[in-house]
Design a protein around this ligand. Structure first.
Ligand code: HCA
Ligand code: CU
Length: 492
């Protein structure tokens, strides 16, 4: 029952025959590929929480980890398999019986057995002949299948493998019991058209009884595009991680692929897209890998409009500059005011502050804003108020900035490294974090929409292992100084 929610946008792509089947599956591998991101270590509780969030979001498969990596990883895989999730739970394993037995101990639904098929991996990494590799595939897949596990086979570095050997390997895996194979673009070298050709080639030689996964690395920034191209060509499972985590530059992001499937292809796959900010934030904190401000869907700036022309358009009809509404993904749009702003944006901002003006006053305020904002990088809500006071010849002393600022000092337990705590704190939505001398080792500046939100942030800091106690000062008023240009807060 595939339908197009957004006919116009779709038609604009000049490819009305573009379709992705609504039976497409989404596999999340944040806990396996994502934990292969440099410096990432997920605690057991965090892994369970991430799996629960993903299950609630609606992913179809969760790749929970590779049990042979360590005892801790194995415990996590088993714990996730025991959660009774709707999603199919997988263990990622090498092509040997011991790895598979460890997965069997974990009670997972499926194993993803991976073994490289490219000559460069065979020669330098595996030091095995093609015959040996085929033999390992056959034996390991059969072993897992005979133990009642569903099996996916991943020819690692598939995209650099000899196509005929690749097909041979996949056929052997299929005959031994695998019902899916994964096109692993391990080094992220494909382009979208290359991926399309690849999927079609695989289908031509393997037939329709084998499901095809696409696993796209982002080394050239093409992971999401390649994944979509693969699905368009007929692959029916896509791999993703929250915030695009993974080895090196990561893989396709859950947020980008799930939203694209809904917005561009009009598919209703039952995902709770409005959970994305919460999931992204949880994984940001648990991983310590900060989400960029311009990240797709979940970045701070994803729904901010700045230039006057843009803001005016969006205020008249958000579709002028948004392909989907922020509410779809649980966000809100922001209209920014600085020297780029025009009358519409300023009028809107003043309205938010409870100030109504006539057209003449508005023009004067905008003119003055441009003058003042031309001299400095950061332009605050106080600045707008001050300008409005001057132009309107009234005092808005009763109006305080809509954001609450706090200066938070944290004392570090002597058995922890300060740098460890700073790193955890850096993943929180704080403006700045400083390591300091004196009684408190860390000082942070935070901005929140409200006092309860500031308290919430404080709770999160206190919850960091190793934070002994905190001391918070709420900032009542902020003053400009000679050097304020490099100040760090900006009211929007
Ligand atoms: C890796 C393996 C893998 C496997 C992908 C898959 C890859 O390099 O660690 O099983 O689909 O990128 O080849 O992540
Ligand atoms: Cu990978």
């Amino acid at each position: 029952m595939s339908h197009l929610k957004n006919q116009n946008f779709f038609e604009l792509q000049f490819k009305p025959d573009l379709r992705i089947s609504e039976s497409v599956l989404l596999l999340d591998t944040t806990l396996r590929e994502g934990e292969q991101t440099p410096n990432v270590f997920f605690k057991l509780e965090d892994k369970i929480k991430i799996a629960q969030l993903l299950d609630e979001f609606g992913v179809h498969m969760i790749e929970a980890g590779c049990p042979s990596v360590s005892k801790g990883v194995k415990v996590a895989v088993k714990s996730i398999a025991e959660q009774g999730l709707k999603a199919e739970v997988l263990a990622h394993v090498r092509a040997n019986e011991q790895d598979i037995n460890e997965a069997i101990d974990c009670d997972v639904d499926r194993v993803a057995i991976f073994l490289a098929t490219s000559d460069i991996h065979l020669e330098y990494k595996l030091k095995k002949t093609r015959e040996q590799v085929l033999d390992m595939i056959e034996t390991s897949v059969r072993h897992a299948f005979n133990h009642g596990l569903k099996v996916r086979f991943t020819p690692e570095d598939a995209t650099r493998s000899d196509p005929h050997f690749l097909i041979q390997a996949c056929r052997i895996a299929y005959e031994a019991g695998a019902d899916r194979v994964s096109i692993a673009d391990t080094v992220g070298m494909l382009t979208p058209s290359g991926m399309q050709g690849f999927v079609k080639f695989m289908q031509r030689h393997l037939g329709n009884s084998v499901g095809i996964d696409v696993h796209c690395h982002n080394d050239l920034g093409l992971a999401a595009a390649n994944a979509l191209a693969g699905l368009e060509a007929g692959a029916n499972c896509v791999h993703a991680t929250v915030n695009g985590l993974g080895e090196r530059t990561g893989i396709t992001g859950l947020e980008e692929i799930s939203v694209a499937l809904s917005v561009v292809y009009g598919l209703d796959l039952g995902f709770k897209l409005d959970m994305l900010p919460k999931i992204a934030q949880f994984v940001e904190r648990a991983s310590g890998v900060v989400v960029g401000q311009q990240a797709v869907v979940v970045g701070d700036y994803a729904f901010s409009h700045k230039a006057g022309v843009h803001s005016a358009g969006v205020l008249a009809n958000p579709k002028t500059y948004e392909i989907f509404s922020p509410e779809l993904v649980g966000r809100r749009r922001q209209i920014l005011v600085d020297r780029y702003a025009g009358k519409k944006a300023v009028e809107e901002k003043l309205k938010e502050l409870g100030i109504t003006v006539n057209d003449d006053q508005l023009s004067k305020i905008v003119k003055k804003i441009k003058e003042v904002a031309d001299t400095k990088r950061n332009f605050y809500e106080e600045d707008i108020l001050e300008i409005a006071e001057e132009v309107l010849q009234v005092s808005f002393r009763g109006i305080s900035p809509s954001k609450v600022m706090g200066l938070i000092s944290a004392k570090v337990d002597s058995s922890y490294y300060t740098s460890y705590i700073v790193r955890r704190m850096s993943a929180l939505p704080l403006d700045r974090v400083y390591e300091t001398s004196g009684e408190y080792e860390i000082v942070a500046i935070a901005q929140a929409e409200s006092v309860p939100e500031l308290n919430d942030l404080l709770e999160k800091i206190r919850a960091i292992e190793g934070v002994a106690h905190t001391n918070t000062k709420v900032i009542l008023k902020q003053f400009e100084t000679m050097n304020s240009n490099h100040s760090h807060t900006q009211f929007v």
